[in-house]
Write a protein that binds this ligand. Structure first.
Ligand SMILES: Nc1nc2c(ncn2[C@@H]2O[C@H](COP(=O)(O)OP(=O)(O)OP(=O)(O)O)[C@@H](O)[C@H]2O)c(=O)[nH]1
Ligand SMILES: [Mg+2]
Length: 306
């Protein structure tokens, strides 16, 4: 049996979380078209007859301008240094720039094998420029393997998994075979609310909002679907942003709540009531106690149903 850890490293928005979800075969990480969607280390587990891969989805590599972002980059560096294999992923539909060169600098400092993944192969711009964009990386680092995939369509993912299993050490599974993620249900609920929010807000709001689940109460529901009552705060930086998130006549917050509730119900196999409140917390991204509250509490969890 093969067993080990794999970290996903790359710029924001290249498709790390989409790829982890596709490889695990279940949504464990939220995805959005906004950069810096992932703010923590999210565990996704793939268990097969040939072994187990524990994936660490990570924030995208970016220049940190706030304490929160510095913590994100610290976690990222720490994680890539300790895993068995690193998957360096880039968006093949975009020309490489300084950011991509910086990611290469990071992997050049690592002792572990690095698999280079060109993602978004389904986009015509990726196919057109694939060879030259791969060369940008392969001229700068010796990769253990190179694969072009589409995390969205699933193209070539099996090849990537083959490479990963071949690079992982022999060993027994690290986690029980039915576990797909280790984040607590409460953290995942906060993330699903944030995902619904990220789809609906623009400009600086994706960066200045956070979701904190204050309380979850479980009651007996109908059939085998328990009823979850969730009280959550959406934090923003300023009163003016609060007005945007609430929306005219409360429209925006209602839409966010509805979308989040549907996802929570589908993914956790529950019925849910959400009580959302928007609160202005100036400077929350700099405050250690707020950042500590937003950490994913690890609790081994099999990822529910969907
Ligand atoms: N066309 C296409 N889009 C993709 C693919 N993979 C991801 N995307 C899209 O790219 C955007 C970013 O995807 P994420 O998975 O959130 O990217 P990420 O690297 O995790 O981003 P951060 O968490 O912000 O670092 C989303 O709109 C995805 O739907 C792909 O293979 N093809
Ligand atoms: Mg992500």
């Amino acid at each position: 049996m093969k067993s080990g850890t794999v970290a996903l490293l790359g710029r924001p928005n290249v498709g790390k979380s989409t790829l982890v979800n596709a490889l695990v075969g279940q949504k464990v990480a939220i995805v959005s078209p906004r950069p810096q969607t992932t703010r923590h280390r999210i565990v996704g587990v793939l268990t097969e007859a040939r072994g187990q891969v524990v994936f660490f989805d990570l924030p995208g590599v970016h220049r940190p301008l706030h304490r929160m972002n510095a913590q994100m980059m610290h976690l990222l560096r720490e994680t890539v240094a300790e895993v068995d294999v690193v998957v360096q992923i880039f968006d093949a539909s975009q020309p490489p720039g300084h950011g991509e060169a910086f990611v290469v600098q990071l992997v050049r400092q690592l002792a572990s094998p690095v698999v280079l993944v060109a993602n978004k192969l389904d986009l015509p711009a990726s196919r057109r420029h694939l060879a030259e964009r791969l060369a940008f990386y392969t001229q700068r680092h010796q990769y253990a393997a190179v694969v072009a995939v589409s995390a969205l369509s699933g193209e070539n993912l099996e090849r990537l998994v083959e490479h990963l299993f071949s690079l992982l050490p022999e060993g027994e599974p690290l986690l029980p075979s039915d576990v797909t993620t280790t984040q607590s249900e409460r953290f995942f609920i906060a993330e699903l609310i944030r995902e619904a929010l990220l789809e609906r807000v623009e400009a600086e709001l994706p960066f200045t909002t956070a979701v904190w689940v204050r309380q979850v109460e479980e009651e007996e529901g109908q059939g085998d679907r328990p009823l979850l009552r969730v009280w959550a705060d959406i934090l923003v930086e300023r009163e003016s942003q609060k007005a945007i998130v609430v929306g005219r006549g409360g429209r925006m917050i209602r839409d966010v709540g509805k979308a989040a509730r549907e996802r929570i119900e589908r993914l956790l196999g529950v019925r849910a009531y959400l009580h959302l409140q928007v609160k202005a917390r100036p400077g929350w991204r700099e405050k250690p106690h707020v950042l500590a509250e937003l950490q994913p509490v690890e609790g081994v969890w099999d990822g529910g149903e969907g």
